[in-house]
Design a protein around this ligand. Structure first.
Ligand code: C2E
Ligand code: CA
Ligand code: CA
Ligand code: CA
Length: 273
């Protein structure tokens, strides 16, 4: 009936409006948060699968958002992206992470880059600038991008990856196994590293099919000369199976959760004693 139809539309509009309002409020909070230095960068160890020693750390943004309450990256990165704030936020994370990790010269640093940042033709230059400012060797840096970006702008992706390689910085394909593309296809983009997403790596040992998929991915990626990192390792069983499957590096709560720089420094001091 007319009434139901109208009612439904009004309801839909109200929902849309409040979603838009929420979006705008968060966008504004991000802007203020950047001005007030509210964002933090935490680090999660990535370990050598055989020795279990830390070789890389992944930088992960944190927003305590006091007094309103913490928002997780999955809850605000998208909003920062549509509002164009991801450029400032991304630059902040890269710079802070290079500053924090600069003294720990046996550790490499891996930083997430959103598709919008990577699409910016000035991106490689901005990276080079941060590296120079922080006196951070390009070879210690790895950038993580998702396949979304590669599929959207393959030409730009190819150029960016090659430019970064020339600089000496590695590029990793993040969240592998959540999308649609095959490693064979992605090989053409000359990624240095592939990160098997936790939704896939977490299935290892659970059933034969999932395990075969993970093992196959590791074998193909290795054959293509890529370093393989498995994400979301939470159990000893996963660690053993992934190591057996030939995975180079492992990351997950089994080893360590992300932590602030002070805790990372403490952890390393303890280990040296
Ligand atoms: P991601 O890049 O796939 O990062 C891994 C996520 O898995 C992190 O969540 C990490 O805390 C979590 N994780 C690590 N080990 C385990 C585990 O063993 N089990 C489980 N269940 N989870 C684990 P986080 O920090 O909440 O970040 C979520 C996503 O937000 C990231 O996923 C990334 O896509 C994005 N993100 C985080 N920081 C940044 C950033 O600085 N820039 C950009 N562009 N994106 C970021
Ligand atoms: Ca990542
Ligand atoms: Ca992931
Ligand atoms: Ca992700």
């Amino acid at each position: 009936s007319k009434i139901t139809g109208k009612g439904r539309i009004t309801h839909y509009d109200a929902e849309l409006n409040s979603a838009r309002e929420y979006h705008l409020m968060i966008e504004n909070d991000i802007r203020l948060g950047l001005e007030n230095d509210e964002f933090e960068v935490w680090y999660q160890p990535i370990v050598d699968a055989r020795t279990q020693t830390m070789v890389i750390v992944e930088a992960l943004v944190r927003w305590p958002r006091r007094p309103k309450g913490e928002l997780k990256p999955d809850e605000f990165i998208n909003i920062a992206e549509t509002g164009g704030l991801i450029y400032s936020l991304g630059q902040f994370v890269l710079r802070r992470a290079c500053q924090d990790l600069q003294p720990l010269d046996d550790l490499r640093l891996s930083v997430n880059i959103s598709p919008a940042q990577f699409r910016d033709p000035g991106f490689e230059e901005k990276v080079a600038e941060v590296l120079a400012d922080c006196r951070f060797p390009a070879s210690r840096l790895q950038l993580e991008v998702t396949e979304t970006y590669v599929l959207e702008s393959p030409e730009r992706a190819r150029t960016a990856i090659l430019n970064l390689k020339t600089l000496g910085t590695a590029v990793a394909l993040d969240d592998f196994g959540t999308g649609y593309s095959s490693l064979g296809y992605l090989r053409r983009f000359s990624f240095d590293c592939v990160k098997i997403d936790k939704s896939l790596a977490g299935l290892v040992g659970d059933d034969e099919q999932a395990s075969a998929l993970v093992c196959g991915t590791i074998r193909v990626a290795s054959a293509l000369g890529m370093t393989v990192i498995a994400e979301g390792v939470e159990t000893e069983k996963q660690l053993k199976l992934l190591r057996l499957a030939g995975c180079d590096l492992l990351q997950g709560f089994y080893f360590s959760e992300p932590m602030p720089i002070d805790s990372l420094l403490q952890l390393r001091q303890q280990r040296q004693c």
